[in-house]
Design a protein around this ligand. Structure first.
Ligand SMILES: N[C@@H](CCC(=O)N[C@@H](CS)C(=O)NCC(=O)O)C(=O)O
Length: 242
């Protein structure tokens, strides 16, 4: 097979970082196109690539007769692993931890990220004294304890092996804290796992290319990185100010 011709479109300070990280782990070459937030959402150039204007987007130009464009980080992850990764970083159906792998791979976007985002939205919209916010806090606390329990008893989310469950979940505890802060002091299992991620050369290489201005040590620390200013401003907007 000819060498893959992959283009990754990444809106900086965002979940698109999952894809360069995955590709670095798999040692698959790619071209990276970076976009800056403008000031918070995607700029027109990214909207032109994908009508949802969201990142990541992968273009696969390996076969000129069948150019592919695919979005959704979970779908891109599966596409890369199965098309070019020979199944590496996924567990196989015969593996004893296959169900764990699938569960944690999907938990990232299906529950964790959406739950954290809802908590942030509720705080901005109804305030911290509102029972609707408190309900979201309780739900997130439950999820964090669930992940903590998993990582106190396992080196990686799917068990002994590092998998794409990590490349999908990592950002929720690193860069995503620029949007939804989270103090991880009381979660030593999650912190130790973040420490192991921070030791991976492929992670450092990917972050160095995708978001060289982000401080990796802050991202994996207990307190997390400072919030993104444009997001703080947007959250402080009053109804009717748009
Ligand atoms: N479910 C999608 C979400 C993509 C998404 O919302 N990406 C954000 C970056 S964190 C984005 O592009 N936001 C800018 C915008 O929607 O304008 C995925 O997993 O790829």
């Amino acid at each position: 097979m000819s060498s893959p011709k992959l283009i990754v479109h990444h809106l900086q300070i965002g979940q698109g970082e999952r894809i360069p990280w995955l590709l670095e782990e798999l040692n698959i070459p790619y071209e990276l196109k970076l976009y800056k937030r403008s000031p918070l959402l995607s700029p027109p150039e990214l909207q032109a690539v994908y009508p949802m204007g969201a990142s990541p987007v992968l273009e696969d130009l390996t076969d000129p007769s069948n150019p592919v464009k695919i979005a959704e980080s979970g779908a891109i992850t599966d596409y890369i692993i199965h098309k070019y990764g020979n199944g590496r970083l996924a567990l196989k159906p015969q593996d004893k931890n296959f169900a764990d792998y699938l569960y944690w791979l999907h938990f990232a976007n299906g529950s964790l990220q959406s739950g954290l985002f809802r908590r942030g939205m509720a705080r901005g919209m109804v305030g911290e004294d509102d029972p609707r916010y408190k309900g979201q806090v309780a739900r997130c606390d439950k999820m964090l304890s669930h992940i903590e329990n998993r990582l106190q008893n396992n080196k990686w989310l799917a068990g002994e092996e590092f998998t794409a469950a990590e490349t999908m979940t990592g950002w929720c505890f690193t860069t995503m804290r620029k949007f939804e802060p989270m103090d991880l002091t009381d979660y030593p299992g999650i912190l130790a796992w973040l420490g192991r991620i921070g030791e991976r050369e492929a992670y450092r290489r990917a972050m160095g290319k995708a978001d060289p201005d982000l401080d990796i040590e802050q991202g994996i620390s207990a307190k997390g990185p400072p919030m993104m200013e444009a997001f703080v401003k947007a959250m402080a907007m009053k109804p009717g100010s748009l």
